[in-house]
Design a protein around this ligand. Structure first.
Ligand code: PGA
Length: 251
């Protein structure tokens, strides 16, 4: 299980370059050589700067928060997979619920982005998760199952091996409400079974499945203690070393 684990911070649209540098350096100084992979999901303007820092420390990586699906061209404001790869960026967060809600991304588009990222040598962190009304109606497995199927099932096994999945129930993101450890475990186990059915047990057992949604120092250990929860994709609590380091150490 240990080589599946990861603590990924999603800084979203927070931190200036100076603040981001201080944050990454503060985390590294306090967490030391981590027992897990640690990923900083930095704003685009900081990616190369954070990569310069993480490149000097074992166990630390940098993630972009989004990427365009076309190779190049007239897409003002966008970044391509090739640009990220040339800058040495390790991961890209794809399909975050904020991208789906505010920028209209759906699983077909996200699937295209995943394929482009993999072709460029960047590892996707694919986000899925249901909204509150879906959970309340008891349809969460059906909806997340569909997301996984649409975004991932057409991959080749050797592509799927490189994908990290983040289950992020939308009702838990930035709300302070966390899925219970059992709710997280149940969904992670369901996702792992879906992956096993499509790609085989070997790939499923090696797939990193992160939980995201109001992960904090107070709940990290309990969540990460569940057998199919391999770590976290952490928003708010990744913005200070004081909060993020205990989450790293919980792994
Ligand atoms: P949160 O965000 O930890 O602030 O809830 C998680 C995420 O959106 O990835």
């Amino acid at each position: 299980m240990s080589n599946r684990t990861m603590a990924a911070g999603n800084w979203k649209m927070n931190t200036t370059p100076a603040e981001g540098k201080a944050l990454a350096e503060g985390v590294i100084a306090n967490a030391g050589t981590p027992a897990t992979k640690v990923v900083f999901g930095a704003p685009a303007i900081q990616l190369m700067q954070i990569k310069e820092i993480t490149a000097q420390h074992e166990g630390y990586y940098v993630a972009a928060q989004n990427m365009h699906h076309e190779d190049k061209g007239a897409y003002t404001g966008e970044l391509s997979a090739a640009m990220l790869a040339a800058a040495g960026i390790d991961y890209v967060i794809l399909g975050h619920s904020e991208r789906r809600d505010y920028f209209g991304e759906d699983d077909d588009l996200i699937n295209t982005k995943i394929i482009k990222a993999l072709a460029a040598g960047i590892l996707p962190i694919y986000c899925c998760g249901e909204k509150l009304d879906i959970r309340e109606a008891g349809n969460h497995e059906m909806i997340v199952g569909k997301q996984i199927e649409q975004a991932l099932f057409c991959l080749e096994p050797e592509q799927m091996e490189k994908v990290v999945i983040a289950y992020e129930p939308v009702w838990a993101i930035g709300t302070g409400v966390t899925a219970s450890p059992q709710q997280a475990q149940d969904m992670h186990q369901f996702i792992r079974t879906q992956i096993a059915n499509q790609f085989g047990e070997g790939i499923a057992n090696n797939t990193t499945i992160l939980y995201g949604g109001s992960v904090k120092p107070a709940n990290a250990e309990e969540l990460f203690g569940m057998p199919d929860v391999d770590g976290g994709l952490v928003g708010g609590a990744s913005l200070s070393a004081e909060n993020f380091v205990p989450i790293i150490k919980a792994l």
